[in-house]
Design a protein around this ligand. Structure first.
Ligand SMILES: Cc1cc2nc3c(=O)[nH]c(=O)nc-3n(C[C@H](O)[C@H](O)[C@H](O)COP(=O)(O)O)c2cc1C
Length: 442
């Protein structure tokens, strides 16, 4: 049984949080609920008391366990919804109510699930606070995109309660906390053959700080190769998987640069972003950024061929019945990265395969992993519309010999966590130990 502090902020999404409390209790954990004064306007103390949340008080002087006692006993602190106001107070180190005082006094990992109107989320002050918190190893989970309270929609929805519970339980696993479901790294390490082709296995979230102090470059999206000023050759990649990897790396404490090839999604707060369009631009930006990176993750789908001589003017139909485009090979970004990488740098390649069977996709992925020699190769079967543009993904993670080291099927964020976990296991052990220690504190 782990001891969890569940902080509840004063946002409308507070009404969903009793579901998180119930799920964590059902998993056998002891949960102390600390609602802010404002949150009691949305969900009253009677609800938390009735559900058996243990320390229902809001003020530092209220009766019940004090902030030091709560902080000392906690294995994990979760705040949902994390309001703009609460994140500002946490970033500033304030301790003016029981929740903020407990957080300040606590060295356990802190997971925040923000929820607010899109304008509040995008406000420079909020983004700066999120970046500050992340730089201290706090896991700030990106809010979802969708309908908000009222008629507006956009980024700002709180992650759904069942997903929050899953993330929290995964984090407890990764920490090896009492009552967790297993040890860190239990995402099917070497488990070839488990669950069909080995992807139906549980994942666990990477511990906060696992990539502390590391610089990670993630490419995301799909390149566009111009045919003329209005047309291009493209692919179906949305950039979701790359953005999810950036989120997972940030949550694990890394400094992150996203090189986005035609990605409409926002990069997570706290990540730098560089936009590119073509394979040649991606090649240049990636090699440039790789110079100072500890890890490069090549999640972008890159065109293998580009029109040899794109027309400067729109190509008219002009009564033609057909048109031949001559294509030439694009630069081999992964190959060039591997050829020039600094000692100790980890490079992750991706291989999107199209069967005809999953076994064929995996076999081709293995051959590619061996031929290219990236530290990790993430293989997915994208036949029948799978993977591209979808919220979910199913991957095998292979080492440079084509051996399966992990496998994951789930949301793109879960897949991202599996990749980050496999990467953190490959960082030199001594350095990993140091960065974990540094990031146990806020
Ligand atoms: C109806 C209503 C809904 C609100 N929803 C949110 C919200 O979703 N997110 C947010 O950051 N603030 C929201 N606020 C503003 C917060 O309640 C306010 O900033 C409060 O001071 C937060 O206190 P706390 O951070 O201590 O919980 C809302 C306010 C009202 C009146």
């Amino acid at each position: 049984m782990a001891r969890i502090v569940l902080g509840v902020g004063g946002g409308i999404a507070a009404y969903k949080v009793p579901g998180v409390l119930r799920a964590l209790q059902s998993a056998g954990h002891q949960v102390s609920v600390i609602p802010t004064q404002a949150s009691l306007e949305f969900v009253g103390a009677a609800v938390w008391n009735a559900l058996g949340g243990e320390a229902v008080a809001s003020g530092v002087f209220d009766a019940g366990p004090g902030h030091i006692e709560l902080a000392r006993g906690a294995d994990l602190v979760v705040i949902a919804p994390a309001t703009a106001n609460l994140m500002a107070r946490l970033a500033a180190g304030m301790a003016d109510d029981l929740l903020s005082a407990t957080v300040l006094a606590c060295s356990a990992p802190l997971l925040l699930f923000p929820a607010m109107h899109t304008q509040m989320w995008r406000a420079p002050a909020t983004q700066a606070n999120v970046a500050t918190l992340r730089s201290r190893g706090v896991q700030v989970h990106e809010p979802g995109v969708g309908r908000l309270a009222g008629r507006d929609s956009g980024p700002g929805r709180m992650v759904e309660p069942d997903e929050i519970s899953r993330i929290v339980l995964g984090e407890l696993d990764a920490l090896g906390a009492p009552g967790g479901r297993g040890e860190a790294g239990s995402i099917g390490e070497g488990a070839e053959g488990v669950g069909g082709l080995g992807r139906g296995v549980a994942y666990s979230q990477t511990a906060a700080g696992a990539l502390g102090g590391r610089r990670v470059v993630v490419t995301a999206g799909g390149t566009r190769e111009p045919i003329d000023p209005v047309r291009y050759l493209a692919n179906r990649s949305s950039g979701r998987q790359g953005i999810a990897i950036a989120q997972a790396a940030l949550a694990a404490g890394a400094e992150v640069l996203v090189i986005a090839a035609n990605v409409e999604l926002e990069a997570p707060a706290g990540a730098e972003r560089v936009d590119v369009e073509t394979a040649a631009e991606l090649h240049k930006a990636t090699l440039q950024a790789a110079g100072g990176a500890d890890i490069v993750v090549m999640a972008a789908a890159v065109a293998d061929f580009t029109p040899a001589s794109p027309s400067e003017a729109k190509i008219p139909r002009g009564g033609r019945e057909d048109l031949t485009l001559r294509l030439v090979a694009t630069p081999d970004i992964l190959g060039d990265l591997l050829a020039r990488r600094a000692e100790g740098q980890l490079v992750v390649g991706f291989a999107a395969e199209t069967g005809p069977t999953e076994a064929d996709s995996l076999a081709r992925g293995k051959a590619k992993a061996r031929a290219k020699g990236a530290d990790l190769t993430v293989v997915n079967d994208v036949s029948a519309g799978r993977g591209f543009g979808q919220p979910d993904n199913a991957v095998w993670i292979l080492d440079r010999d084509g051996q399966q080291v992990a496998a994951c099927a789930g949301s793109k964020r879960q897949v991202a966590d599996a990749i980050v976990q496999a990467l953190s296991a490959r960082l030199p052990a001594r350095e990993r130990g140091e960065s974990e220690q540094q990031n146990l504190h806020l």
